[in-house]
Ligand binder design. Structure first.
Ligand code: FB9
Length: 314
């Protein structure tokens, strides 16, 4: 009946402490056996910013459509690649201080492909390739001015020029998603920078119909189906279309991007064959992200005032 002597039964130990080890008292203590089936404490982890999550979604959409990402790792660009190569005239309003950030140092781009520059100069000043040009005195100094790129279309120009150097021509599908900078008045939905998304398709005989088709496929993957196209103007595309979609949530037509067919005055000086056409479109990363996460003020999404709880919760 009962044991001869009574053990001092402590409750089972759950922690082995340093003093137990040094004193050796662990020897006569009952220890609770490990429960290897217990769930661990969920480790606190990092959280991706909504912009980066949406950027990955757009990148995935382009990749599954067979597009290749263009190099965009130069925020600083020459006016030549950002404007002149796109047949955007040197007196165009977008090229002056109140829309563009020019650099003081280094103020000038020295490495320009001069044979190509000559063809661009002639196309702006005298025309060519069937175009009458802009008939102004095109200046190399103006083209050399360094700036913060105002669109990723400068990366498209570089990629298309590089493509034109490879003979024979091969069709390509390129895309870019990266930061661009505009010196414009700031407000609730506009900062001096945003992320531009751009898609480019170069092939023989592409038409506006192909552009509408690729836009339909791209936006359908975003869940945007009702598209409407509205004639628009860009200096480097003709024809151009603004793209609208009826937003069920907002119950109104929302502009979801801009698009067009790059002009021959841009493509032919690069050395692309005459029967090659290039269609392209662009949109921003911030707009869809703000709509997706229900953020109304751009400062809640990016900048020094962002509440990190928003990142955690998103
Ligand atoms: O992103 C824009 N709107 C948008 C896009 C997606 C979206 O998805 C939601 C889930 C439903 C919602 C809205 N826009 C373009 C349209 C407007 O927001 C516009 O007011 C602001 N635009 C920016 C320019 O602002 C200075 C967005 C940005 C923009 C505009 C045009 C281009 C790129 C970005 C372009 C281009 C282009 C054209 C021809 C050839 C190559 C590139």
């Amino acid at each position: 009946m009962g044991s001869s002597h009574h053990h001092h039964h402590h409750k089972q130990e759950t922690e082995l402490s340093p003093e137990m080890i040094s004193s050796g008292s662990w020897r006569d203590r009952p220890f609770k056996p490990y429960n290897f089936l217990a769930h661990g404490v969920l480790p606190d982890s990092g959280h991706l910013h909504p912009l980066l999550k949406v950027r990955s979604q757009f990148r995935q959409i382009f990749l599954e459509m067979g597009f290749t990402e263009m190099p965009t790792d130069n925020f600083i660009e020459s006016s030549f690649w950002n404007f002149d190569a796109l047949f955007q005239p040197q007196q165009h309003p977008a090229r002056d201080q109140h829309d563009t950030f020019f650099l003081r140092d280094p103020a000038e781009a020295l490495q320009l492909p001069m044979d190509y520059v000559q063809r661009v100069k002639r196309t702006h000043s005298q025309g060519g390739y069937g175009s009458q040009g802009y008939k102004y005195n095109w200046k190399l100094d103006e083209a050399r001015k360094n700036l913060l790129r105002t669109h990723t279309t400068s990366a498209s120009a570089r990629a298309l020029y590089r493509l034109a150097q490879k003979k024979p021509f091969t069709p390509v599908k390129y895309f870019s998603i990266d930061r661009v900078f505009r010196n414009e008045t700031l407000d609730a939905t506009h900062l001096a920078e945003f992320h531009q998304i751009e898609g480019v398709v170069a092939d023989h005989g592409l038409t506006l119909g192909h552009l509408m088709g690729v836009l339909r496929e791209f936006f359908t993957k975003l869940g945007i189906t009702q598209l409407r196209f509205k004639p628009a103007y860009n200096p480097y595309t003709e024809p151009s279309m603004e793209v609208f979609s009826y937003h069920q949530g907002l119950k109104k037509w929302v502009e979801v991007g801009n698009s067009g067919v790059f002009r021959p005055e841009m493509l032919l000086p690069m050395g692309l064959p005459e029967n090659v056409s290039v269609i392209a479109w662009g949109l921003s990363l911030e707009r869809p992200t703000m709509i997706k996460y229900g953020i109304n003020n751009i400062r809640e999404l990016v900048g020094h005032k962002v509440n990190l709880q928003m990142v955690y919760d998103s």
